[in-house]
Structure formats: C-alpha cells, structure tokens
Design a protein around this ligand. Structure first.
Ligand code: ADP
Ligand code: MG
Length: 246
C-alpha cells in the first residue's frame, strides 16, 4: 500500500546547526500523527520541508508516491497539502462565512478583485463547512469579534475548503485554554476520519497528544528518538529521560 506521506532521510542545516537530521516516517490516510519534542528540536523545520516552504538539503518527501520535496509551496498546496499556522490567520474585517467563501474561491483559483459575486455561489458550501466545525451560528459575525478558540475553528474550516489530503498543523492550539485544545483536536480527529485526511501536528499539551494522536514521533535535536502509539511512547524510558522529564 502506498502511504499518503512518506518522508525519508530528510535533513536541513542552518549554518552549523543540524536542525533536521535524517528524519523518516510515514503517515496513512485518516491518521493523526503527532510530532513532539523540546523547543528547537526541528519540528517546524520538518513541517516547512513537507509543506514546501523550505527546500531540504537532502532527503525525500513523497505524497501518495509523488516526490514533492523540491516543489514550491503553492504547488504542494495544489497537490492537496493544507496547513494551519501557529497564529490563526483570518481576515478580521470580513465575516466568518466570507472568510470561508474566500478560502473556497482560493481553492478554485478564483480570487480576484471583484470576488463577491463568485463568492455568493459558494455560500452553501461555506455554511456546510462552518456547520461541521460548530461555527454555523456565528457565520455573519466579523472575525474580529470572535473568541480565539473560535477563530481557530474558522481557520480549520478555511483549511478544509480545498479538501486537503494531508493537513499540517504546527502548534494549532497555542494560546488556547486546555479544554478548548482538546475540543479542537478531537474535532480535527473526527474530520480526519470522515475525510480520510492525514494530519501531522505538533502540540505541547501531552493530554492532547496522548488523547488524540494515533501515533507519536519524538524528535530530539533533529533526530527521531522514538516512534509508536501514545501508550508505548508514554512508557518509553528514553522518551521520559530526554523529554517528558519524569
Ligand atoms: P521547533 O519547531 O521544534 O521548536 P525549529 O524547527 O523551529 O524547532 O528549529 C530547529 C533548529 O533550527 C533550532 O536550533 C533553530 O534555532 C534552528 N532554526 C530554525 N529555523 C532557522 C532559520 N531560518 N535560520 C537559522 N536557524 C534556524
Ligand atoms: Mg516550532
């Protein structure tokens, strides 16, 4: 079976720092894969190489068998790799539903100056996405008025607008309260299952990692220290010594 994502021998150095050093892993459709590790371990650098924002020094990144390591971000996105960012990005002056309409138009490559008439055609799809993330009732509100956790849900709906096969989430719950973190990632997990969408995410809250990931990768100083189920990782003595600190 071809993996959705197959990463092998991925490396990137900045000056003398080996930020990512020979990392390899695979991700199946519908799988929630957590990448954890201390600050500076190389998590974001790995994300940036998978998403096309950064070219690796060496190694390969295959999406459903196709090599994407040297493609620019836009091309990687078109092939079905979506991403959310640590700071949620929405247009604050637009309403919730307009933000999702814009994302749908962008997925259709139909963003242009006079976008509103085209956006009207995508209203039902935008509302359906908002329904799925629990934001239908707030569709007409300006994004600027939303609580931060709700902005994150809108951002998830926007990421889903182009129906990604793989969603990259680098610290998606940064700045959120613990209960909201769990809720956002539990929702993401349900959607991943429904759509057979793979999710690669980083997360500092171990409650979220061990509760919502199917599998966990532990990165330390650019190298994979361990890989396994949440149960196995929690009990791994090397992981505890190097990272969990207990
Ligand atoms: P993490 O996301 O796990 O905290 P990063 O991938 O951001 O780690 O960083 C890994 C290492 O690479 C760190 O030592 C960091 O300082 C370094 N680094 C990351 N990006 C750059 C860059 N653009 N220029 C120089 N060094 C960088
Ligand atoms: Mg990071």
């Amino acid at each position: 079976m071809t993996a959705l994502l197959q990463v092998a021998g991925l490396s990137k150095a900045f000056g003398g720092v080996r930020a990512v050093d020979g990392v390899g892993f695979s991700l199946a459709p519908g799988e929630m894969l957590a990448l954890i590790g201390p600050n500076g371990a190389g998590k974001s650098t790995t994300f940036n190489m998978v998403g096309g924002q950064l070219a690796p020094d060496s190694g390969s990144v295959r999406l459903a068998g196709q090599e994407i390591a040297d493609l620019p971000p836009r091309a990687v996105w078109r092939l079905g790799v979506g991403r959310t960012f640590q700071i949620a990005e929405t247009f604050a002056s637009l309403s919730v539903v307009e933000n999702v309409q814009m994302a749908l138009l962008s997925a259709d490559r139909r963003i242009f100056r006079f976008w509103r008439p085209a956006a009207a055609h995508r209203l039902p799809d935008a509302l359906a996405l908002l329904e799925r993330v629990g934001m239908r009732a707030q569709a007409a509100r300006p994004c600027s008025e939303l609580a931060y956790g709700d902005v994150k849900r809108v951002e998830l709906a926007m990421a889903l607008a182009h129906a990604p096969r793989l969603l990259l989430m680098d610290e998606p719950t940064a700045g959120m309260a613990p209960a909201e973190r769990l809720a956002l990632m539990a929702l993401t997990r349900e959607i991943a299952r429904e759509r057979r969408m793979g999710v690669l995410f980083t997360e500092h809250s171990m409650d979220v990692v061990f509760g919502q990931a199917d599998r966990v990768l532990v990165l330390v100083r650019g190298q994979l220290l361990a890989e396994g189920t949440p149960e196995a990782i929690q009990q791994d003595a090397r992981v505890q010594a190097a990272y969990l600190g207990s």
